[in-house]
Design a protein around this ligand. Structure first.
Ligand SMILES: Nc1ncnc2c1ncn2[C@@H]1O[C@H](COP(=O)(O)OP(=O)(O)O)[C@@H](O)[C@H]1O
Ligand SMILES: [Mg+2]
Length: 284
């Protein structure tokens, strides 16, 4: 952490809780600028809590967060909103709002009494619609969109905000595999081609390993591991953190780690049962 500017976000000794209940108990992180970081961990481990603390929706009981080397606590709200955007886990749009109106809300931090809606704002909105493939749907009511389209509309709102850092809480939840890949390809494009920093919570370990440059594993109030997927995703970690017996193999499409849960169902072929498996596939 010698060069804070190399890191989009850093945390030091972060302790966060609700009331008296501690959820994060001393978290030190350095999230690389221009990279995709995926936050993984079991349900209820504090992933959303961490993300909300990174964007100051939650104030830590102890410790601090810095955005590009500047203490989060010292930034004015408008300045913070120009540094980072946050997409919550299950956002809901007001009734009767069109896609373009929703996306335009991303421009609020750029306006003031002196600087009203301008051509620059309109250009940013159209660019965000274009990037997310929503230009044709811009006049549709958000409520009438499919799950995948709606999620893209929320990402477009984040994009219109035009921040260097995007925090996304489970951007692929409720999406089928093809739409998940589509959203993650967009994340990849934002990072690789447009130089944005993305920090996202994601449940699917294989998609996390595929798309993230770095993983952060939240477990029991701390960070169980952080680093590149190859170093983080091990059978031992899966056992310790998720209580999952699994094999880790190389993803044939990307070479990244692929988690293969062992489970109890191990039928090799329904017509030719594997000799070792014969007998233990029957449910008594
Ligand atoms: N607003 C809240 N008030 C009280 N407890 C909360 C609140 N939000 C989350 N929690 C609790 O904090 C823990 C971590 O939640 P969360 O950060 O949402 O986990 P994750 O995103 O990893 O599933 C859970 O036990 C959850 O019940
Ligand atoms: Mg969550």
């Amino acid at each position: 952490m010698t060069d804070p500017a190399a890191h989009a976000l850093t945390t030091s000794g972060l302790r966060v809780g609700y009331g008296g209940r501690k959820i994060l108990n001393g978290v030190d992180l350095a999230l690389r600028a221009g990279a995709v970081t995926a936050i993984i961990g079991p349900n209820g481990s504090g992933k959303s809590t961490l993300l909300r603390t990174l964007c100051r929706l939650l104030a830590p009981d102890e410790g601090s967060v810095a955005v590009r080397g500047r203490a989060l606590s010292t930034l004015r709200t408008r300045d913070l909103a120009r540094e980072l955007s946050f997409l919550p886990q299950a956002p809901t749009a007001p009734e009767g709002m069109t896609v373009r109106e929703l996306v335009a809300r991303g421009r609020h931090p750029h306006q003031s009494l002196l600087r009203q809606w301008s051509r620059l704002d309109a250009t940013a909105v159209e660019a965000a619609l274009q990037l997310t493939g929503l230009t044709e749907l811009a006049d549709r009511d958000v409520q009438t969109l499919s799950g995948g389209q709606r999620q893209r509309a929320w990402i477009a709102l984040s994009l219109a905000q035009d921040t260097g850092i995007l925090l996304l809480d489970e951007p692929t939840t409720y999406l089928d595999i093809a739409h998940s890949v589509e959203v993650l390809d967009l994340v990849d494009h934002l990072c690789v081609d447009l130089g944005r920093t993305v920090v996202m919570v994601i449940h699917d370990l294989n998609l996390a390993a595929r798309y993230a440059d770095d993983l952060v594993v939240v477990h029991e109030g701390g960070i169980a591991a952080q680093g590149p997927p190859d170093a983080v995703i091990t059978a031992r970690l899966l056992e310790t953190v998720f209580g999952l017996t699994a094999r880790v193999v190389a993803d044939p499409a990307s070479g990244r780690p692929l988690v293969v849960p062992v489970g109890r169902r191990r039928v090799h072929r329904s017509d030719h049962p594997h000799p070792e498996e014969t007998g233990d596939t029957h449910v008594a």
